[in-house]
Design a protein around this ligand. Structure first.
Ligand SMILES: Cc1cc2nc3c(=O)[nH]c(=O)nc-3n(C[C@H](O)[C@H](O)[C@H](O)COP(=O)(O)O)c2cc1C
Length: 164
């Protein structure tokens, strides 16, 4: 049965109560590295360990991940709102956001922040179109923990400038 959806803005207002962490999604295509802030991330499996991240089609990172089939998620600490803002403020199409930021390469070759809680190193194993985003599923092939503190929880009021 066809249903008319409720007003989109009302629905999005309700969806703001969904909770998320905050991550930096890093990828490397050929010799070019890029990273963007991502909060629409979830664990999707244990055997093998998998995560999914929703990336909007017009993000520069989008095609880089789908073409390279590799990405890393740096899990931010609860005091790293500045890092989240930095990787959301500009696009890698125009600006090398990793310049001046200490980062390493995972065993899979993706950039991760040396200053963060932990990283997950992923290989793309599936993808699905979901409206204006693509849900990219990654099998986690490696991980490392750099810190033993608390992860950053997404609070939209902290990113009003970046999300405008
Ligand atoms: C807190 C926060 C979370 C974000 N989460 C996502 C996300 O999950 N998916 C997405 O496509 N964009 C997300 N963004 C927007 C991107 O980080 C932003 O558009 C970025 O500039 C894209 O960079 P790129 O063009 O180099 O890929 C988020 C922004 C902020 C501030």
């Amino acid at each position: 049965m066809d249903r008319d959806p409720q007003d989109r803005k009302e629905i999005l207002g309700t969806m703001r109560y969904l909770t998320h962490g905050v991550y930096v999604l890093g990828t490397r295509r050929g010799r070019q590295s890029n990273a963007m802030t991502a909060s629409w991330v979830m664990q999707t499996a244990e055997r093998p360990p998998c995560v999914a991240v929703a990336v909007r089609g017009d993000r520069y990172t989008h095609d880089m991940v789908l073409e390279s089939e590799t990405f890393a998620l740096s899990i931010l600490r609860d005091d790293q709102v500045d890092a989240a803002t930095h990787f959301a403020d500009t696009s890698g199409e125009y600006h090398d956001k990793l310049q001046g930021v200490p980062y390493g390469l995972t065993p899979g070759g993706s950039p991760f922040l040396l200053d963060c809680l932990a990283y997950l190193d992923c290989r793309v194993v599936d993808r699905a179109r979901a409206g204006d985003h693509t849900v990219i599923v990654g099998e986690v092939l490696a991980s490392d923990t750099m810190d033993d503190s608390y992860p950053l929880i997404y609070d939209p009021s902290e990113y009003e400038e970046a999300l405008r």
